[in-house]
Structures are given as structure tokens and as C-alpha cells.
Design a protein around this ligand. Structure first.
Ligand SMILES: N[C@@H](CCC(=O)N[C@@H](CS)C(=O)NCC(=O)O)C(=O)O
Length: 296
């Protein structure tokens, strides 16, 4: 018998199947959708299109790739970024204010989804994504941001930077970041961040990239395989524990399609805010909504 709440909140979810940032929001949505505590409607909102090269300095096999963005996404989030969440009421009110009750930024989306469900009178029994203790919550936010900067951003450096030495240096720093994360996981009863028995914000912040890391083996070679060292044992155990969850497995994009998609980053031909920032020497998380924008 399902304990599904009678009035689970519903969201319209602007997403893209390949996007690891959106993947964070999908993980949070599925965390609760599994127990019927939230429902959502996925709107595929980004695509790729080839356009003429904008810089003669960029030497790639083909023209550059730019994001196509759905008009619906741009209506609710003029920055044109996924994930973007909106209430069905705002989405359906075609004459109303499209910016009303819009939630953006992947780490904010994860926390928002948690708050929305926990604040619902019909919340079920699923373990929460955010800790109940305010001090633990604050720490999880800091650690999620750390993982974002020290692991997730470096993923793009290994792919977008075309100098072998820069790729190597970014990879080594990324592995160090994973070691720090592993130390946070190996300390309790459970295999997740903080020794928890169910995943939370920091686990969901990292997982989309952790799952994608084997693309390095394809595009950069076997020297870029995440090693099975003692310092990373808890990381590999964590990965196994994440993948043992049905809620997590159902969020995974098809591997071969993803590998083809990310080839545009690996050969430097992708034009997205994140790729533009990394190509111009900044970190992925330091993209600028104006300077790195590619919308025509
Ligand atoms: N800081 C944002 C980054 C999201 C992001 O970069 N999403 C990509 C797709 S993977 C996007 O929407 N790109 C559109 C663009 O670059 O113009 C977040 O955490 O949500």
C-alpha cells in the first residue's frame, strides 16, 4: 500500500537530458517522486545546433555547436539555463507574470524541492534531502559548494582545455577533490556524505559528474581513469551505493548518447556559458551570464 500524500506538489521542470546541473534537480525530484511526495512534468528545453565559427583561433574538426533554447524556457528564465522549475499555475497562465515562482540554479533547486516537500502537510516518510539540524544544514551547503568548485568545475577543464598539461593538472586536482569527498563519506554507519544511510545535498551535488567521469577514459585515455586507491575506497563504495538505488538509476541518460554529446566539449567546439568561461581561462562556476552568453 502506497503512503502517497493526497496533495503532492507538482512542478514544471525545464531540463535537458544531457545536463549534469539539471541532473541534480532530477535526482532531488526522483528522491521524493519515488514515494509519491512530488510530481513533475519534464520539458526538454535545450538542444544543439551547428553555427559558423565565431573565432578563427578555434581549430576544431567542424563548426561550433551552440545551444538551441526553447521559447518556453526563455519566457520563464530569460537567462536560458536549465534546470529551471516553475509552478503549473505560472506555466499555464499565458498572460500572467512568467517570472512568478520560478526557481533556478541546480543547488538551489535541490534545496527548494526538499523544502517544498517537507513543508507540505501531506509529506510522506522518505528521508529528507537536507539534515534537520540547522548546523548540519549549513555545513552541507558549504560542502556542496566545495564539491561544485573542486570536482564538478574541473571536469570541464579536463575536457575543454586543449593543452595536455592543463588537462592533467585539472584531473589531478579533481582526484584530490574526490579524496576529500571520500573522507567525508567513510565515517559513519551509511555510505553517503556524512556517513548517512540515504543521500542528501552533497551526494546529489556530486553524483551527476561522478557518473560522467569515465568519459575521460574515452577522450583523454586510460591515464585519466579514476584510480582504485585506498584514499578513494569510500568514494567507489559511495558510487556503488548510489547506483544501488532505483531512484538514482532511473535518472541516468543513455551512455553512448552522452559520450557523443560531450565530444563537443572534449574537442573544444561547444559554445555554452560554462564552455566559454573555461575556454577563456576561468573556472566553470565563474561563467558570466552576459559575457559568456551565446544566444543570438
Ligand atoms: N549554475 C547553473 C549552471 C547550469 C548550466 O550551465 N546549465 C547548462 C546546461 S548543462 C545550460 O543551461 N546552458 C545554457 C547556456 O550555456 O547558455 C546551475 O547550477 O544550475
Amino acid at each position: 500500500m502506497s503512503i502517497a500524500p493526497k496533495r503532492a506538489p507538482k512542478l514544471i521542470y525545464f531540463s535537458a537530458w544531457f545536463c549534469p546541473f539539471a541532473h541534480r534537480a532530477t535526482l532531488a525530484l526522483e528522491h521524493y517522486a519515488h514515494g509519491g511526495e512530488i510530481s513533475y512534468e519534464w520539458k526538454e528545453s535545450l538542444g544543439w545546433e551547428k553555427r559558423k565559427s565565431t573565432s578563427s583561433e578555434v581549430k576544431t574538426k567542424h563548426e561550433n555547436w551552440y545551444h538551441y533554447k526553447s521559447p518556453e524556457l526563455l519566457r520563464h528564465n530569460p537567462l536560458g539555463m536549465v534546470p529551471t522549475l516553475v509552478t503549473p499555475a505560472t506555466y499555464e497562465d499565458k498572460d500572467g507574470d512568467p517570472s512568478r515562482n520560478v526557481v533556478t540554479e541546480s543547488l538551489v533547486c535541490v534545496q527548494f524541492i526538499d523544502e517544498l516537500v517537507r513543508g507540505n502537510a501531506y509529506a510522506g516518510e522518505t528521508a529528507a534531502i537536507m539534515p534537520s539540524d540547522p548546523y548540519a544544514r549549513a555545513k552541507a551547503r558549504v560542502d556542496a559548494d566545495w564539491v561544485n568548485k573542486n570536482v564538478c568545475s574541473r571536469y570541464y577543464h579536463v575536457l575543454v582545455r586543449q593543452e595536455a598539461s592543463e588537462q592533467r593538472e585539472a584531473f589531478e586536482k579533481l582526484v584530490e577533490g574526490l579524496e576529500t569527498f571520500a573522507a567525508w563519506c567513510g565515517s559513519g554507519e551509511g555510505k553517503f556524505y556524512g556517513g548517512q544511510t540515504t543521500p542528501g545535498l552533497v551526494d546529489y551535488a556530486l553524483f551527476p559528474w561522478a557518473w560522467r567521469l569515465p568519459v575521460f577514459e574515452h577522450y583523454r585515455g586510460m591515464d585519466f581513469k579514476i584510480p582504485r586507491t585506498a584514499a578513494l575506497k569510500s568514494y567507489h563504495d559511495w558510487m556503488e551505493a548510489m547506483l544501488a538505488r532505483e531512484q538514482v538509476r532511473k535518472t541516468l541518460p543513455p551512455w553512448d548518447d552522452y559520450l557523443e554529446h560531450i565530444g563537443r566539449y572534449a574537442d573544444g567546439s561547444a559554445r555554452s556559458k560554462v564552455a566559454n568561461a573555461v575556454r577563456s581561462g576561468r573556472a566553470a562556476h565563474d561563467y558570466d551570464d552576459k559575457e559568456d552568453n551565446t544566444d543570438s
